[in-house]
Design a protein around this ligand. Structure first.
Ligand SMILES: Nc1ncnc2c1ncn2[C@@H]1O[C@H](COP(=O)(O)OP(=O)(O)OP(=O)(O)O)[C@@H](O)[C@H]1O
Ligand SMILES: [Mg+2]
Length: 257
């Protein structure tokens, strides 16, 4: 039996009078690819923001490998082994592709400020080691040849991969991807599907993703949860979700039309 890596227990997020997410509960087992779908404004990103510590839930608890992480700061949650990408790509556009990936190593720096200022041997040792690790990550996302490009020079699909490489640099066990295929053409989307499967196996990951592209979600995810107006209206295997009348009414009807 595989272990539950993430458990959300009745998460609720209220913004003033608006309840963006209400009583959201899920359990994700290790090594799964778990999908979260639903119409615009359903509360999907808000759910991610609570899980990753970007928002403190109004109610409910979040457990990561059984540990209660509710309300912990994002960097703390990253250090426990959870990483994410954002719906709107967040890269340092003036930094190189490699430098962007290196920012992912930030929390595990093994030299201190004095080492950095005095440029001690210890500083150079770890600096070089990190560059090597960063290049290895870029190899695995097939962007090593663009390591010295500025992030802003890359096309959209490749910027998404840089963001994923940076997330991988933090050494996650659980990777959350918020609409990874957004803005991609059908070929790029197909490539991304294989890519996600590949990094999942290579880095031994569990993946939790939000996506509007149904072909992508249905082909990639083993289990899918559906949010509508902040409420989980269904959860199940792709085939169960595809044929669920409530889901068709709330979401898939529009998409398939
Ligand atoms: N920080 C915030 N303050 C106030 N309201 C917010 C905040 N973040 C999200 N909301 C609101 O919460 C609701 C859910 O938003 P959310 O971004 O989670 O939806 P979503 O399912 O990710 O939608 P999309 O598919 O468009 O990305 C929306 O009505 C949104 O306007
Ligand atoms: Mg969103």
């Amino acid at each position: 039996m595989s272990e539950v890596i993430l458990k959300c227990d009745r998460l609720t997020m209220r913004f003033g009078g608006l309840t963006a997410v209400r009583d959201f509960s899920i359990e994700i087992k290790e090594h799964m690819i778990f999908g979260l779908i639903g119409p615009n404004g359903a509360g999907k990103t808000t759910a991610f923001n609570m899980i990753t510590g970007n928002l403190k839930p109004t109610e409910g608890r979040i457990y990561f490998y059984g540990q209660d992480i509710t309300g912990l700061k994002p960097y703390k949650i990253v250090s426990l082994g959870m990483a994410r990408t954002f719906q709107n790509i967040r890269l340092f556009s003036n930094l190189s592709v490699l430098e962007n990936v290196l920012t992912g190593f930030h929390h595990k720096l093994k030299y201190n400020l004095i080492d950095a200022i005095l440029r001690t041997p210890r500083f150079y040792k770890y600096e070089n080691q990190m560059k090597e690790e960063g290049m290895a990550l870029l190899e695995s996302v097939r962007l090593a040849d663009k390591a010295n490009f500025r992030a802003s020079e890359l096309p959209y699909g490749e910027r998404r991969k840089v963001e994923i490489a940076r997330a991988l640099a933090t050494g996650p066990k659980l990777l959350l991807l918020d609409e990874p295929a957004a803005g991609m053409n059908p070929q790029e989307t197909l490539d991304l599907m294989y890519f996600i499967q590949e990094i999942k196996d290579k880095f031994n990951l569990t993946i939790f993703l939000i996506e509007h592209d149904m072909k992508f979600v249905m082909n990639l995810c083993e289990t899918i949860a559906v949010l509508d107006h902040g409420v989980k209206i269904a959860e199940g295997k792709p085939e169960e979700i595809r044929t669920n009348p409530d889901v068709i009414k709330a979401y898939l009807g529009d998409i398939n039309a």
